[in-house]
Design a protein around this ligand. Structure first.
Ligand SMILES: Cc1cc2nc3c(=O)[nH]c(=O)nc-3n(C[C@H](O)[C@H](O)[C@H](O)COP(=O)(O)O)c2cc1C
Length: 205
């Protein structure tokens, strides 16, 4: 039986959505069954227009509902930073998961994080780190990537990934797209996550 993984994305300008697709490619290559979702928007459309939001990469995806989480063995969350932590949209989603928390519905499942920042030290690690409490309170096992990918040792070029998970640096105007290094790590993360979750799923059988 293959691992069932939900890739849950909120991406205003498409950078993280691109990395999420790379992670999906990696997870599928490792034999996982993958379904992709978007997180519900909470900003008014006039604000999104002023922010020049470009959500074409995720607009067609189904919006994740708390009960959807029960159907999966693991979740890869993909969202950009907001002040070094998760966007309010993601927080609003987790605020709706109290019923799942109360019944322990997510205990023993797995989670991983992919993110992006505009600046090089704008919070890639803190964004993943401050997501862990949601996992901890739900009993979800956080799956980091460690330093298994040589790309993580790169110091001559900008690279957005860390031991916490894949990431990209987008620049203030969003002109930097995820690099080949970022995409390789995201794909590797998807594969690693699918292997970890898959091993657990098979072991339980
Ligand atoms: C309200 C707001 C807060 C942000 N906070 C940060 C930040 O703390 N550090 C940073 O480097 N970039 C910050 N950014 C830039 C976003 O992280 C960047 O636009 C994002 O990584 C692009 O990813 P996306 O294309 O997937 O939306 C912020 C952007 C907004 C709109």
């Amino acid at each position: 039986m293959s691992a069932k993984i939900a890739v849950i994305t909120w991406s205003l300008y498409g950078h993280v959505a691109e990395l999420a697709n790379d992670a999906i490619e990696g997870a599928k290559a490792a034999g996982a069954e993958v379904k992709q979702f978007q997180v519900a928007e909470t900003l008014p459309s006039e604000v999104l227009t002023k922010m020049h939001a470009h959500k074409a990469a995720t607009d067609a995806l189904p919006v994740i509902k708390p009960d959807d989480l029960k159907e999966f063995d693991g979740f890869i969350l993909a969202f950009p930073t907001r002040y070094g932590r998760a966007p309010a949209q993601v927080s609003a989603f987790f605020d709706q998961t109290g019923g799942l928390w109360a019944t322990g519905a997510l205990v023993g499942k797995f989670g991983s994080v992919i993110t992006s920042t505009a600046s090089q030290h704008g919070g890639l690690e803190t964004t993943a780190l401050t997501t862990i409490p949601w996992f901890v309170h739900h009993g979800i096992n956080f799956v980091p990537i460690g330093y298994q990918f040589p790309e993580l040792q790169e110091v001559q070029k900008i690279q957005g990934s860390s031991a916490y998970g894949a990431g990209s640096v987008t620049s203030g105007d969003g002109s930097l797209r995820p690099t080949e290094q970022d995409k390789t790590v995201a794909k590797g993360q998807g594969k690693h996550f699918a292997n970890v979750v898959g091993q657990f799923v098979r072991g339980k059988q």
